[in-house]
Write a protein that binds this ligand. Structure first.
Ligand code: ZN
Length: 530
């Protein structure tokens, strides 16, 4: 009884103290005043202030007269949630480039990595290394089918045995229990391309049981695009798992315009009750390994196996025929200048050249047939990545306008100045805001921000990120929507966009007055945790 009374007195005392304090303005850690708030929900922008204590947004509204340790004057600027990029490969290089400058300068505060079937397999070990290194923004992970399959079956072109299937399932389960947000596939890439749908359904069921999503670089983005979308939807239905179709695109010249068909298929699936969504990058060019101009069967097994096939005249002729077919179709639409080398080990001088130019400096006229010949020669014992100009604006815009698509980069934490990578690594988000919102009106500012924040947050159930509201984590981007610009320069991609004045991760500025602060407040996010 006595204890209770003391408790009651203490509570009353606290009440009195709070009442007394309420006549003087509270002191916050950070105040962002006079900005135009676009809260991520898709609701109209409004003028307002925002107060932060620690890593949390504690108040939004008219905070006139409030005081704080730091005040950011956001007049003339847009204040939005930090951008959440569901499709990255940052697991490849976030440890070396833990500042992720190329993302911070775009207003991105959270990356989901491990896409297209490629991820670390031992998630606890990887997460520990990232946490020990420290990161500037938040990172979540998917577990990749290709990586799991390679761990169990190497690069074999066959179906798994029952034992191998069980081993893959237990690797997926372990990764999910370590906090992965779901399973990713890259069914167009090795070795995932050697799988059949049933293998993937069984793995997706394991991810589904843990509350994960299925994020897929589908089996074909070219002439078999429709069949590949069907497969992704089937996997969602059979495994009862939310489906995220990665970087949705129409990449075959014979199918340009068919975004109408594939968006209709996704709408039908959604109407059926399936949870199918997608993401896209705002470009008509993609980027992946140059060896993807070869047929997958030619690249099964080891590098020596590949070389042996090239050394055998009959097999080489078959590889060449299939490569010509791919160059005439999806990969180059019959024009080698549609392919640009992004990086080439052993031949750094190739970086930035088109495949037509590489063919010429190898002594041949730039026909498709010669391009296939040169590709087989130069990739015999080398690795390269390339940029493929293979889409059209009409499809990009139509996909962007679908209500279920998020903006994503398909980039990684690139090293500034190294190679000639796809400009999406630096420009994805500012490009949407500049070109597709401000210049062309494809989206409203509120719609675009929604596709960069709340929509992707909801997809992976990040309950405390993606909108600006009281109680949410203070991941915030502050930019000038009238001047924000990407540097649309393919030959010189290592340029930061302009317009992002402040980027805040968990209440800590990582970009301050346009300059990186060197703070590393980012966290490794885990499924199911706030
Ligand atoms: Zn991909």
């Amino acid at each position: 009884m006595k204890k209770k009374l003391i408790g009651l007195l203490a509570a009353t005392g606290l009440q009195i103290l709070l009442t007394a304090c309420s006549t003087t303005p509270p002191v916050y850690d950070l105040l962002i005043v006079d900005g135009t708030i676009v809260d991520g929900s898709g609701a109209p922008a409004y003028a307002g202030d925002l107060a932060i204590v620690g890593d949390e947004i504690v108040k939004i509204g008219d905070l006139n007269g409030a005081t704080a340790i730091r005040v950011i004057d956001a007049s003339g600027l847009t204040v939005s949630p930090g951008f959440i990029d569901l499709h990255t490969h940052a697991d490849r290089n976030i440890i070396e480039n833990h500042g992720a400058e190329n993302y911070l300068h775009q207003g991105v505060t959270t990356l989901l990595a491990g896409n297209c079937g490629n991820s670390p397999v031992n998630l606890p070990g990887y997460i520990q290394t990232v946490e020990e290194t420290g990161i500037a923004l938040n990172l979540g992970l998917l577990i990749g089918h290709n990586s799991v399959r390679a761990e169990v079956m190497a690069n074999d072109n066959r179906l798994p045995t029952a034992l191998e299937q069980a081993q893959m399932e237990s690797l997926v389960e372990a990764a999910m229990k370590a906090g992965a947000f779901g399973l990713s596939t890259g069914l167009i890439y090795l070795p995932g391309t050697y799988s059949e749908t049933g293998e993937v359904i069984a793995l997706a069921k394991v991810a589904a049981a843990q509350g994960g999503i299925y994020a897929s670089h589908i089996r074909n983005e070219f002439e078999l695009l429709i069949e590949a979308i069907e497969e992704a939807i089937t996997i969602g239905r059979e495994a009862n798992i939310p489906v995220q179709i990665s970087h949705l695109k129409v990449a075959d010249n014979t199918m340009w315009g068919d975004s109408v068909i594939i968006l209709g298929m996704i709408e039908d699936a959604r109407a059926e009750g399936l949870d199918v969504t997608a993401d896209l990058y705002p470009y008509t060019a993609g980027s992946t390994g140059l060896a993807n101009v070869f047929p997958a069967w030619a690249r099964a097994g080891s590098q020596e196996d590949f070389q042996a096939r090239l050394d055998d005249p009959e097999t080489r002729a078959r590889i060449k025929a299939d490569t010509i077919r791919k160059l005439n179709g999806a990969r180059a639409a019959g024009d080698l200048s549609r392919i640009t080398i992004a990086s080439f080990d052993g031949h750094p001088e190739y970086s930035g050249m088109t495949m037509a130019e590489v063919t010429i400096i190898n002594g041949l006229a730039p026909s498709i047939e010669n391009g296939a010949e040169v590709a087989m020669d130069i990739l015999y014992d080398a690795k390269a990545s390339a940029i493929y100009h293979m889409m059209v604006e009409e499809d990009v815009k139509r996909i962007m306008q679908a209500p279920f698509t998020s903006i994503a980069s398909d980039g990684s934490a690139v090293t500034f100045g190294e190679d000639v990578p796809h400009i999406r690594n630096y420009g994805t988000y500012p490009r949407v805001l500049a070109k597709y919102v401000r210049e062309e009106g494809v989206l409203s500012l509120e719609q675009a921000i929604h596709k960069m924040t709340a929509l992707p947050a909801r997809r992976i159930k990040l309950g405390s990120r993606g909108t600006l509201a009281q109680g949410m984590v203070a991941d915030i981007s502050i930019f000038d929507h009238l001047t924000v610009t990407d540097r649309d320069d393919w030959s010189s991609p290592h340029q930061y966009p302009t317009g992002f004045e402040y980027v805040i991760v968990g209440g800590t500025p990582v970009i301050d007055n346009g300059v990186q602060t060197g703070a590393f407040p980012g966290k490794v996010l885990k499924r199911g945790l706030p």
